[in-house]
Design a protein around this ligand. Structure first.
Ligand SMILES: *Cc1c(COP(=O)(O)O)cnc(C)c1O
Length: 373
């Protein structure tokens, strides 16, 4: 190995992309606390509080509200692998990249997947969803609440209300919305909601919050065969995260648990209503300042995500060069477009700790300078 330590020269990058977001200082402090054993009673006390915090953030009374050891995609895998059996009919509502990934995950588990597709940049079309539900019976319906690839907020509440007449399990991806928008798992009738640590919670990546309703666990218990993934098996995870006697399953990162705990503690101290308001105000301020620079948003105001802002690239702008210069000269990371939106948009995240006016000011100043050059 080289004898100069690369960490001595690590830049402090302001993370304004689609995630990870900048980690709050108190949360960095939490990560550096002494590592505890994965079966330590003190760690279990913290994990119990994590479960309480997740219930509050996700709007649920579900007992099994835990964090999977892995990123947001491990939450996605855990959601599907526990309830999908080969031959199950899964309806995926797709208006962006991440709903497409859900379809891919369900297909690999042997589900018969229907992809109901909508234009990227627009919300899910309710009458079209209703029509599809009347046409065919589904075991599972899956959607993305905050579609990070487009900046669209999808109506999880309305889709959930529709589904009450049909009996399908309802899986919601809240990877980007958790911590920035209110989630109401129980009110929406969502059976599984999963998320990640590194976006709205302003934690390092590595944990995926997830909650399972009794109905979801009913389908899990009624499986003909074991869950085809030992690491993500909800039954085994439940025995580690709760119950009379905790059973060893895997060596959870106690340091990441501290981080998740501290991140939620920060939000509760600020008050969730205040957090959501701060998030909305930072978004509105950003949009106002971007429009002053002559830039235009991709998504209509009513459907915009406050934490992920998609901005059209002005004609003639070399978008890759702008992102490169922001990173190199101003130590700011913003995101590029994905799939059909590649080269068409910037994705500017104002997630968690970064949803503040001074952060918007720093970005706008840097962006203006870069554009003028
Ligand atoms: C980021 C993201 C994911 C994937 O999360 P990873 O932490 O990258 O695995 C899934 N769904 C949505 C909506 C996301 O924004």
């Amino acid at each position: 190995m080289r004898r100069d330590n690369l960490l001595d020269h690590l830049p402090h990058v302001l993370l304004l992309g689609p995630g990870p977001s900048s980690v709050a200082p108190a949360t960095y402090h939490a990560v550096a606390q002494p590592t505890l054993g994965h079966l330590d009673a003190d760690l279990f006390c913290i994990m119990d509080e994590v479960k309480c915090g997740l219930r509050e953030l996700m709007g649920t009374e579900n007992e099994l509200s835990i964090a999977i050891s892995g990123t947001g995609s491990s939450g996605m895998e855990a959601a599907f692998v526990n309830v999908v059996e080969p031959g199950d009919k899964v309806l995926t509502l797709i208006n962006g990249f991440f709903a497409g990934r859900m379809a891919e995950v369900a297909e690999r588990l042997g589900a018969t997947v229907t992809r109901l597709e909508f234009p990227w940049g627009q919300p899910l079309d309710i009458p079209a969803v209703q029509e599809q539900l009347q046409k065919e019976q589904y075991d599972i319906v899956a959607m993305v609440h905050a579609e990070t690839s487009t900046g669209v907020c999808n109506p999880a509440d309305v889709i959930g209300a529709l589904l009450k007449d049909y009996g399908a399990l309802f899986i919601v991806d809240a990877v980007t919305s958790l911590g920035g928008l209110p989630l109401q798992a129980d009110k929406w009738g969502a059976d599984i909601i999963y998320s990640c640590s590194q976006k709205g919670l302003a934690c390092p990546p590595g944990l995926a919050p997830i909650t399972f309703s009794e109905r979801a666990l009913g389908k899990f218990r009624g499986r003909k065969n074991k869950v085809p993934n030992w690491y993500l098996d909800a039954g085994l995870l439940a025995q580690y995260w709760g119950g009379e006697k905790r059973v060893y399953h895997h060596t959870i990162s106690s340091n990441l648990v501290y981080a998740l705990y501290q991140a939620m503690y920060n939000l509760m101290e600020e008050g969730l209503e205040n957090v959501f308001l701060r998030q909305r105000q930072a978004h509105e301020y950003l949009v106002q300042e971007l429009e002053k620079l002559g830039m235009e948003m991709l998504v209509a105001p009513a459907y915009r995500l406050p934490m992920l802002n998609t901005v059209k690239i002005p004609a003639g702008m070399d978008e890759a060069a702008v992102r490169m210069r922001l990173r190199k000269e101003h130590h700011i990371e913003i995101g590029a477009g994905l799939g059909p939106l590649a080269g068409q948009i910037f994705r500017i995240g104002l997630m968690g700790y970064n949803a503040r006016p001074e952060v918007v000011d720093r970005l706008i100043t840097a962006l203006e300078k870069t554009m003028n050059d």
